[in-house]
Design a binder for this molecule. Structure first.
Ligand code: FES
Length: 316
């Protein structure tokens, strides 16, 4: 499913940065300036084999002419990371959508960053920003072994703010103890494998909403939709009504009427299909919004989210 606005960029560098991790540097073929981005942002890579994948930007946000991403070879790759590792070469062109940021560095005086494996990628620009702002921050970088942990050389200048913790040297990190050791005014950012994100979220269950920020590139396991019957969508600007069938996504129903909505992942993780809700109660089934944003009910990701109410009014 690919309907994002894209720019063709050229792979200008490809280097191995850890076991099964390559870094790609992308630039405009005519050396034009690229769209600006903020720490935590990601891009969509629309590969020549037709697949679309999201990758965090991990270079310098002050470099206006290149994007850098890190790509882990997924052992169960369905053709995305395997294609990048095995086939994509320097000089090739890829279409790029975004950047978009679902994992922005919210203002705080103290941060704890927890990165698991390739989850280090969105953190790199966040650390630079937090350091620039002279915030009190530290990074716990977890991984299986040093040789699997990418970009460690980018962290050497931060001294003891950074703890690199390979499991095969000190054992698995006690996440509960780590989180119990921080002050109440510390904001935690976490990115990594699902089991790490789930463990961190379990430990932060009673926390003030917004104090923990996570980014997932694999969708959360969802319960069944609350409502398994059809519902109606009113498209306020185009003055149309659409019925969404029980097993149909809102996005599919919209497409059926010729309504254009940008989309990319189709799984509720990338944020491309965000749509403003003017009335009604969405049944949020994405892996992006936090509890406050869900409760606000003023936007939804139409590729996965449905409705609790008989009718949703969308700003379309
Ligand atoms: Fe990615 Fe909907 S298309 S969140």
């Amino acid at each position: 499913m690919t309907a994002v606005t894209t720019t063709d960029l050229v792979v200008v560098a490809k280097e191995a940065v850890a076991d099964e991790v390559v870094a790609l540097t992308l630039a405009h073929p005519e050396h034009r300036r690229l769209p600006d981005w903020t720490p935590g942002a990601h891009i969509d890579l629309i590969l020549p084999n037709g697949l679309t994948r999201q990758y965090s930007l991990c270079g310098s946000r002050w470099d206006a002419h290149t994007y850098r991403i890190g790509v882990l070879r997924d052992p169960s790759s369905r053709g995305g990371s395997a294609f990048i590792h095995d086939t994509l070469a320097v000089g090739d062109t890829v279409a790029v959508g975004g950047p978009r940021n679902n994992f922005a560095l919210v203002p705080a005086t103290k941060y704890l960053f927890i990165a698991g494996g390739i989850g280090i990628t969105p953190m790199l620009s966040m650390l630079a920003q937090a350091d620039l702002l002279e915030c009190d921050w530290r990074l716990e970088y977890l991984g299986r072994s040093r040789r699997t942990m990418a970009f460690t050389e980018d962290l050497t200048g931060y001294g003891d703010r950074v703890s690199i913790r390979p499991d095969d040297e000190g054992g698995a990190c006690d996440v509960a103890a780590l989180l119990a050791s921080i002050d109440d005014d510390t904001v935690v950012f976490c990115c990594g494998p699902t089991r790490l994100l789930d463990a961190v979220q379990r430990c932060c269950g009673g926390w003030q909403v917004g104090r923990l920020r996570v980014e997932r590139f694999v969708p959360k396991v969802q319960e069944n939709a609350v409502r398994d019957t059809a519902f109606e969508i009113e498209l306020r600007r185009s003055r149309r009504r659409v019925t969404v069938a029980p097993r149909q996504s809102v996005l599919e129903a919209l497409r059926g009427t010729g309504t254009s909505v940008l989309s990319s992942c189709g799984q509720g993780v990338c944020g491309t299909c965000e749509t403003t809700v003017l009335a009604g109660l969405p049944d949020h089934r994405d892996s992006i919004l936090d509890d406050t944003e869900r409760a606000a009910g003023d936007c939804m990701f139409v590729c996965v989210s449905r409705s609790l109410s008989d009718r949703l009014v969308l700003d379309l």
